[in-house]
Design a protein around this ligand. Structure first.
Ligand SMILES: N#Cc1c(-c2ccc3ccn(Cc4cccnc4)c3c2)n[nH]c1N
Length: 251
């Protein structure tokens, strides 16, 4: 997967060179390129913002640098997707929710371009013009307000990147994620334990060392159900009753 990120703070994306995503990039599973929007300005101050038409607080990102930046990125077509245009992902507090399902959908795309806004956002005409030549996804990572899109891109690239074939060491992990598609799609993950068997007087639930894998699976489903009921009760309404065994329905 090719990932282009356009931002006025390319250094903000340095964490994408670390750990899971960084290793995936080193192995050629991801080709991540950060672009400084100011490279497409032409004034001495490298101006990317201006006051909003109609008045109001803050500044709005000017369309010209964005138009030229997207033109340049689009002109550098990756050989692995010569015929497929990229999807432009625009993090914004006014976007549709970025969910695990959306991450899985975007993980199918060979080429993503992320537009990181700052200030009060990007001139609307940039997104409208882009939508005439590629798919555009305006997405929000949560109901809180950030100062810009870079943190959201870090979140999205990690959530999407870990779903790519070969990135996770154990494919099981992605399958059993909280929110991952499947019968338990809407359940939160339950507790996890590892060695030592006793730590500061606290032991591991006996079921987990019983070797009874059926009983362990049932216990984990019950724990996930209880945790979901406690932390995210609204998710229980989304559960497919037919997919749960009798014991779960009675839990
Ligand atoms: N995804 C996402 C987001 C953002 C977000 C994303 C991009 C930008 C570009 C500018 N701002 C500041 C800003 C502040 C207020 C109004 N409009 C814009 C951004 C906030 N905030 N919260 C999220 N979940």
């Amino acid at each position: 997967m090719r990932v282009d990120v356009i931002t006025i703070f390319p250094e903000y994306l340095a964490p994408l060179g670390v750990s899971l995503i960084g290793k995936a990039a080193d192995r050629g599973l991801l080709d991540i390129r950060a672009h400084d929007l100011r490279d497409w300005t032409h004034d001495v101050h490298r101006t990317v913002d201006d006051t909003p038409y109609g008045g109001g607080p803050g500044m709005v990102m000017k369309p010209e640098p964005w138009g030229e930046a997207l033109d340049a990125v689009l002109a550098d077509v990756p050989p692995e997707s010569p015929e497929l245009p990229p999807t432009l992902v625009v993090p914004t507090p006014s976007g549709r929710p970025f969910t695990q399902a959306k991450a899985a959908q975007l993980a199918e795309s060979p080429w993503l371009i992320f537009a990181c806004g700052r200030y009060e956002g990007i001139d609307r005409r940039v997104i409208d013009a882009a939508a005439e030549r590629m798919a555009v996804e305006e997405l929000s990572i949560g109901d809180y307000v950030l100062a810009g899109g870079e943190v959201a891109v870090l979140v999205m690239v990690e959530a999407i990147g870990r779903l790519l074939p070969g990135v996770l060491g154990n494919a099981e992990s992605a399958r059993d994620d909280s929110f991952a598609a499947g019968a338990m799609e809407s359940l939160l993950e339950g507790p996890a334990y590892t060695k030592p068997a006793e730590w500061r007087g606290r032991t591991v639930p006996e079921i987990l060392t019983s070797g009874n894998h059926g009983a362990i699976a049932r216990w984990r489903r019950e724990q996930a159900f209880a945790r979901t009921a406690a932390h995210r009760p609204e998710l229980l309404a989304r559960l497919d009753p037919a997919a749960l065994d009798k014991r779960d329905r009675l839990a």
